[in-house]
Design a protein around this ligand. Structure first.
Ligand code: ZN
Length: 317
């Protein structure tokens, strides 16, 4: 094992996959259509291209301890991180439309964050001791705050998260069937919290508010291999399986259906892109009652599924 495993693997690759991969590289070079920017954990058990069965050219993958995306306020001239750079490269330069954050169960980073949450060490002290802990404390703090809200309700009350814009919020019941450990619940909260962090960057704002970019959350259960998609309609992580697939696909197609053409890489800032219309956001309705101005064609999603979307109308035709 060890380095042997890697070198032997390279030999096997040369004899098997290399030729077909080189052909795929050529196809992608001539016709690049990356589908998603995918944030996940560095955990060695996470193999995102395998469990999504995606291929060369499909995804930009960013990995770090705890699948964290630093909030814009914590990432600036003083502190440059790769996550916003990946968002810019993916969504602005390459016109990628979907950003996915994928957390997982038994996440060592989340377990550590959970252990440290009552620590009274300062960030400076932690940084001297451990860059890993410093990373988790600094960029996982907002998840801990959210998690505390869940904890005081004995893990019953729903949480409210922000997605694409400050007004596009959604409700989430975390592990309502109580199947996972508290650390796994934190991991799910943390995964959803990153959506807001992604939306915190100015350069993402136009794409997100105009519906050219969407943010999704996935969660991988390491011990069963089950993969969950966060359904804003069902307000929880839903197992992606043969029974649920059709409904999830419908939700994704309806909610994220766009009338505007796919953005081209070099025109992503072009102001000629059509403004969004209310019907582009079927499913995003207001709480407590859907706005009557959106007409009867709006899909019959429950009003409480999405809250506070009203001000989005300023973007509408
Ligand atoms: Zn992890």
């Amino acid at each position: 094992m060890g380095m042997n495993r890697i070198l032997q693997g390279i030999m096997r690759y040369r004899q098997t996959y290399r030729e077909s991969m080189v052909k795929q590289f050529e196809v992608v070079r001539d016709d690049p259509h990356p589908k998603a920017v995918f944030f996940t954990c560095i955990d060695s058990r996470m193999l995102p291209t395998r469990f999504t069965q995606t291929n060369i050219g499909d995804m930009f993958i960013v990995r770090n301890a705890g699948n964290l995306v630093p909030h814009a306020n914590l990432s600036g001239h003083e502190e440059i991180t790769t996550e916003p750079a990946a968002l810019e490269l993916g969504c602005v330069i390459n016109g990628i439309k979907h950003v996915i954050v994928c957390g997982h169960s038994d996440c060592k980073a989340m377990n550590m964050l959970h252990l440290m949450r009552n620590s009274d060490r300062t960030l400076h002290e932690v940084l001297k001791l451990s860059p890993l802990k410093a990373w988790l404390v600094r960029h996982g703090h907002s998840s801990i705050v959210k998690f505390a809200q869940l904890e005081v309700s004995d893990f019953q009350a729903p949480l409210v998260f922000q997605a694409e814009t400050p007004m596009r919020r959604f409700v989430a019941y975390i592990d309502p069937e109580n199947r996972f450990t508290v650390e796994d619940k934190l991991s799910q909260v943390n995964t959803l919290q990153q959506l807001q962090n992604i939306a915190s960057y100015n350069f993402m704002r136009e794409g997100l508010s105009r519906g050219r970019v969407y943010i999704h959350a996935l969660w991988f259960d390491i011990y069963t291999g089950d993969i969950y998609y966060f359904s804003r309609q069902q307000k929880r992580f839903v197992d992606v399986n043969e029974t649920n697939m059709e409904r999830l696909l419908e939700e994704v197609l309806n909610i994220f259906k766009r009338k505007t053409p796919e953005p081209q890489p070099s025109t992503s800032k072009d102001s000629s892109v059509a403004p969004t219309s209310a019907s582009d956001f079927v499913g995003f309705t207001t709480e407590p009652q859907p706005s009557t101005s959106k007409g009867s064609s709006v899909a019959p999603t429950s009003a409480s599924d999405f809250i506070g979307i009203e001000s989005e109308d300023s973007d509408s035709e």
